[in-house]
Design a protein around this ligand. Structure first.
Ligand code: CP
Length: 314
């Protein structure tokens, strides 16, 4: 097992979460400086292993690594010895032997980051495994919510409500966000067609399940839209994108009249399906902030793991 890995929100105590948020605020301040770099991880190496497409997570981890002075190596299956038949485990052993200190991994199969962590002694960070979890996305979403509400303590999150709308069944973002926000006592509604609602999710996480967007959803402090995860659909879950948009899309006539509500989306967006462009680019939207905050939060995560759970920035 890796020395200190973040494979799931389950790996983090409330103290860890508060510490990562505190460091994220410090890193956010570093990113506002002329020279946005601290020396803490000088001489350390971060391997970015993405077996599935990514823009935000891969680039923000690469920038975050550089801003804490770590070196990075990018691994992609194309051109690697996996094409010659080398197994994933042998690939991980090889990368470990090459002197890598952190391994950031995304894979389309659930549990791969856990297997990798079991077969290496380096710290592993789950950058998304199938429809299971995406813990660093949930942490950056929490940081974005706290910045919007000008909160410093995670204990103040319990007064807020979040509605998550869309394809819950196939969403690792939904799973990690629900786990994280429920740990903090946040009230959650999930809104989805019956076909994409995990059975029993209301009882497992003590959350409210709805089939349609109603007044209570529109009164939530945060409304998070999710993409239809078609790459993980083994069957037809909705008649068409148009039908999905009609029932579960965030549309201007519902949303733009709201006051003091925040619209979120982890990206990538399918504009015109789960969210209309006028909503995504409105003043209520925190979508660009989510992307920007991803760098500070991932700097904080690398820093926190490197320090073995201690805080205090150089
Ligand atoms: N939110 C997210 O994980 O985006 P990418 O797939 O672009 O990394």
């Amino acid at each position: 097992m890796g020395r200190f890995s973040i494979l799931s929100i389950d790996d983090l105590s409330c103290e860890d979460i508060q510490n990562i948020i505190d460091i994220s605020f410090s890193m956010d301040e570093v990113l506002g400086r002329d020279i946005k770099k601290i020396p803490t991880l000088r001489g350390k190496v971060v391997a970015l292993m993405f077996f599935e497409p990514s823009t935000r997570t891969r680039i923000s981890f690469e920038l975050a690594s550089k801003f804490v002075s770590a070196d990075t190596v990018n691994f992609s299956t194309a051109g690697s010895s996996i094409e010659k038949g080398e197994s994933l485990i042998d690939t991980i052993r090889t990368i470990s032997s090459l002197g890598v200190d952190f391994l950031v991994i995304r894979h389309n199969k659930e549990g791969v980051p856990h297997i990798v962590a079991e077969h290496s002694d380096i710290s592993v960070i789950n950058a998304g495994d199938g429809k299971n979890e995406h813990p660093t996305q949930a942490l950056l979403d929490l940081f974005t919510m706290m910045k919007r509400k000008k909160l410093k303590s995670i204990s103040d999150m319990k007064n807020l409500s979040v509605s998550i709308v869309g394809d819950i069944l196939h969403s690792r973002v939904a799973r990690s966000n629900i786990k994280l926000l429920r740990k903090l006592g946040v009230k959650i509604n999930v809104v989805s067609a019956y076909t994409t609602l995990p059975q029993g999710i209301d009882k497992v996480f003590d959350i409210k399940v709805k089939n349609f967007i109603d007044e209570e959803v529109l009164e939530s402090d945060f409304i998070m839209a999710l993409r239809l995860q078609k790459e993980r659909h083994a069957a037809v879950f909705y008649p068409s994108d148009r039908e999905f948009n009609f029932f579960w899309g965030l549309k201007e006539e519902q949303i733009l009249k709201l006051k003091d509500r925040v619209i979120m989306h982890p990206g990538p967006m399918n504009l015109g399906v789960e969210i209309m462009p006028a909503v995504a680019y409105s003043e209520l939207s925190a979508i660009s902030e989510q992307v920007r905050n991803g760098v500070a939060v991932r700097m904080a995560i690398l820093f926190y793991i490197f320090r073995g759970g201690k805080i205090g920035i150089d």
